[in-house]
Design a protein around this ligand. Structure first.
Ligand code: FE2
Length: 364
C-alpha cells in the first residue's frame, strides 16, 4: 500500500517507516555534537539535561544554516525513495528543518499569550525568549504552507530519546473523517485548533517518535507539542510539497486518462471527476477538488466541496479565504478582502507553486 494511502487511512493521519541504517543516526549525532562542542548521548536522559538554551538555539540555527545540506544528505536517499514511489516530480526542492525544543514552566503552555512579530516579520511567542521555549500550538498545516496541497508530506525524524519528560510532537485522532477542525484565532495564530476541540481530542505521542524511525504526516494531520518540558528534545523535519497531482493516479490506484482528452477545459473537468471519485478514500482531496471547480468557474461546486473539508460548516467568507489561498499561495494571515473579491472577478494571477498551478501542471 502506498504511504499516501496509509496516511489517508490512519485515524491519526500518520504513518511510519524505518530508517535504512543506524549509521544515519551516528552521522547526525556527530554533527550536532560538533555544533554544540559537547559530547552528548541523545538517548540518555542524564545527558539531555546538560543541554542549555544556547545549545538548543545553536542546533536550531546551524542545522537550518551552514549544516543544511550536510544534514539533508544523510537522510536524502531514504526520503527520495519514498517521494519517488508516491509522486511524479521532475525536480525536488526539499529543505531540512529542525525542531529543537528547550524546557519551560507550566505557565508557558498558556495559549492566551499574544504573538509578536520581529523585525523580519517572523512570528514569535515572546520577544524575550525564542520559540523553542514554548510548546507548538495545535494546528493543521494546510494554511501554514500557503495552501499548496492537502498532500504535502512531512518527514519527522526524532533524534532525542522518546520520553514524557520532553515536549514531544503529539497527533490527534479524528472522530470520523479527516476534516479540517474548528479553529479560533486567540492570539494571532490564525489556524490554532479551537480549545473546545483541542480539549476533547485524543492526543498521542506516535510510536514512530524514536530514533531510527521516520514519522510521515501531511497537511491535514492535527499536531501540537506536549505542554510540559522538563528535558529538551531534538527532532528534524523535511517537507515535500508536490507541484502536480499525478500522485492521485500513481499512489491511489486510479487510471490516468487525461492525455487522451483533447482541450484543457475538458481535461480539467476530467481531473475534477477523478478527484471526486477519490475523496471518499482521501478526505483532504476535497481541497484540490474545490480549487479545480473554481478554475472551471463552477463557483457553487467549488464552495460545496470546500465546505465538505471542514468538520463544522465554515462561514462563506472563510470558505472563500481558503479558495483564495489555493490560488494565490498565501497563508490565512496574508489573504485580504481584495484578494477574495478578485478571485471571483477573474482579476488574479495564479501564484507560482500554488495549488491552482499544480492543477494546471497536471492537465498541460
Ligand atoms: Fe505544523
Amino acid at each position: 500500500m502506498s504511504y499516501i494511502k496509509k496516511i489517508a487511512k490512519s485515524p491519526y493521519r500518520i504513518t511510519e517507516v524505518n530508517l535504512s541504517s543506524p549509521v544515519l543516526l551516528k552521522k547526525i549525532y556527530k554533527i550536532i555534537n560538533k555544533i554544540i562542542c559537547k559530547k552528548i548521548n541523545f538517548n540518555s536522559l542524564k545527558d539531555l539535561k546538560k543541554l542549555t538554551l544556547n545549545d538548543i538555539e545553536k542546533i536550531n540555527n546551524d542545522i537550518r544554516g551552514r549544516y543544511q545540506s550536510e544534514v539533508f544528505n544523510i537522510f536524502k536517499k531514504d526520503i527520495m525513495k519514498i517521494i519517488n514511489q508516491q509522486y511524479s516530480e521532475k525536480k525536488l526542492n526539499l529543505r531540512i528543518g529542525v525542531q529543537a525544543k528547550y524546557i519551560w514552566k507550566k505557565k508557558a503552555s498558556n495559549s492566551k499569550r499574544v504573538l509578536s512579530f520581529d523585525k523580519s516579520g517572523v512570528w514569535r511567542e515572546s520577544l524575550n525568549l525564542p520559540n523553542s521555549c514554548f510548546p507548538t500550538r495545535p494546528h493543521q498545516d494546510l494554511s501554514n504552507n500557503g495552501f499548496r496541497s492537502s498532500s504535502i508530506i512531512i518527514f519527522f525524524i526524532q533524534l532525542s530519546k522518546k520520553t514524557k519528560k520532553s515536549s514531544m510532537l503529539e497527533v490527534a485522532k479524528f472522530n470520523s473523517k479527516q476534516f479540517l477542525e474548528k479553529t479560533y484565532n486567540y492570539s494571532g495564530y490564525e489556524n490554532e485548533i479551537a480549545k473546545s476541540v483541542n480539549n476533547k481530542k485524543k492526543w498521542i505521542i506516535p510510536s514512530a517518535l524514536k530514533p531510527g524511525k521516520m514519522l510521515l504526516m501531511d497537511s491535514m494531520t492535527c499536531h501540537r507539542s506536549g505542554k510540559f518540558a522538563e528535558l529538551p528534545r531534538i527532532a528534524l523535519n523535511v517537507k515535500f510539497q508536490p507541484t502536480n497531482l499525478f500522485y492521485i493516479y500513481k499512489s491511489l490506484g486510479l487510471k490516468n486518462n487525461l492525455k487522451k482528452i483533447k482541450g484543457k477545459k475538458d481535461r480539467l473537468l476530467r481531473l475534477a471527476n477523478d478527484l471526486e471519485s477519490l475523496v471518499k478514500y482521501n478526505h483532504g482531496l476535497h481541497f484540490e477538488l474545490s480549487i479545480t471547480h473554481h478554475l472551471l468557474k463552477n463557483y457553487k461546486l467549488s464552495k460545496k466541496f470546500m465546505k465538505k473539508l471542514f468538520y463544522k460548516q465554515p462561514s462563506n467568507n472563510m470558505c472563500k479565504k481558503y479558495i483564495a489561498g489555493g490560488i494565490l499561495r498565501k497563508t490565512l494571515k496574508e489573504i485580504s478582502a481584495k484578494d477574495i473579491k478578485n478571485i471571483y472577478k477573474n482579476n488574479y494571477q495564479i501564484a507560482n507553486l500554488s495549488c491552482a498551478q499544480s492543477i494546471y501542471n497536471t492537465i498541460q
